[in-house]
Design a protein around this ligand. Structure first.
Ligand code: UT7
Length: 333
């Protein structure tokens, strides 16, 4: 039987807080609009720290919390859609930062669904006795992706990292993962090849058909907010229903729900649609914004620090993101 136990959790948030009033100094927006449409009052921005630094700090905190020696980590999985390097993988930099010298390492990119996909992958590796302790990190530095002349998207995102050390458990775990690549252009950030000095391609940067941006801004995050919103509510409801059906559990059998923290209205709609008890749903986006894959592990770290992750609890994580991807996991801690 596949199962995981979180034995350590950690997080890192950058020092610089950008609140809604700051946005109103650079854009035609205001706190009232942003808060009422998103539930966000502020987000952190990493002014001068790379993604791998944030990932490393969260990972070190998680390893310290677990009490294991970094050399006992067998695998580092990093989820990110905003790495500092095309290669090496962020997980290799996290391995270096943490001293997890005996670990294998690779990355997973499914945007905001990254931590869920990574945790699911970790649980499958843990079925193999070669893997006892896995460090799962999710870290995003989205500020450089955002177009700070686009008031619809830039106000949503923040930077940060969360991490968990997981080990095998004899209690069960279930997951449901999904992708709808037909909707890839609802939310994307394209790699900029226009600075290539290959004489054959210099100055040109072919854009796939169906892309919604303009070439001048093609390297910024592009989002069809309404399409993502609609997808998000449906995808969260579907993912929770599917994973609970697999588990043979009902809504009330779950002790704690941690949804992806994109927009409080998306969370509220899904909570209402599913009939979830509000007091079992954890939300922290008011002062964090949407940190993509880092949202869920950051919530886990906050809850664990507060002593709210208890042995025997049944926990449901649910998310969605660019891809468009979505998924949910349920596990007994
Ligand atoms: O991890 C996944 C990441 N992405 C998401 O989760 C995005 C999901 N979508 C959303 O959260 C919402 O669609 C948004 C928050 C992005 C936008 O909210 P909305 O209620 O869908 O607003 P809208 O795009 O329909 O815009 C309504 C109006 C427009 O003005 P007009 O055309 O009615 O005059 C916008 O120009 O609000 C305007 N607007 C703003 N006004 C003040 C858009 N952004 C802002 C802003 N401040 N920041």
């Amino acid at each position: 039987m596949r199962g995981i136990k979180i034995i350590g959790a950690g997080m890192y948030v950058p020092e610089k807080e950008a609140d809604n009033d700051w946005f109103s100094t650079i854009l035609d927006t205001n706190d009232e609009w942003i808060y009422s449409r998103t539930g966000i009052r502020a987000r952190r921005i990493s002014v001068d720290k790379p993604n791998f630094y944030m990932a490393g700090e969260a990972a070190k905190a998680a390893v310290a919390d677990s009490g294991i020696d970094p050399a006992e980590i067998d695998l580092v999985l990093a989820a990110t859609c905003s790495p500092d390097f095309y290669y090496p993988a962020l997980s290799c930099l996290v391995q270096h930062e943490t001293g997890a010298v005996n670990a294998a390492a690779f990355d997973i990119n499914s945007a905001c669904t990254g931590f869920i996909n990574a945790l699911d992958t970790a649980s499958r590796f843990l079925e193999d006795s070669d893997y006892r302790n896995i460090l799962v990190v999710a870290s995003e530095r989205l500020a450089p992706h955002c177009d700070y002349t686009d008031r619809t998207a830039s106000i949503l995102f923040g930077d940060g990292a969360g991490a968990a050390v997981v080990t095998r458990s004899d209690k069960p775990m279930w997951s449901y993962l999904s992708a709808k690549g037909d909707y890839f252009n609802a939310l994307y950030c394209k790699i900029d090849h226009s600075r290539s000095n290959c004489p054959l391609i210099a100055g040109k940067d072919a854009l796939p058909e169906g892309i919604i941006d303009t070439e001048a801004k093609s390297h910024f995050l592009q989002m069809n907010g309404k399409a993502v919103y609609k997808f998000a509510v449906e995808a969260m409801e579907t993912a929770v229903n599917k994973v609970l059906a697999k588990a043979g559990l009902g809504i009330d059998d779950i002790d704690l729900y941690i949804p992806h923290q994109a927009n409080s209205r998306i969370i509220e709609s899904a909570v209402k649609g599913l009939g979830l008890p509000v007091d079992k749903v954890y939300v922290n986006l008011e002062r964090r914004g949407n940190t993509s894959s880092a949202c869920i592990p950051t919530c886990l770290a906050e809850l664990k620090q507060a002593g709210r992750i208890k042995d025997g609890m049944t926990i449901c994580l649910v998310g969605f993101g660019a891809g468009l991807t979505s998924g949910a996991v349920v596990f007994n801690q």
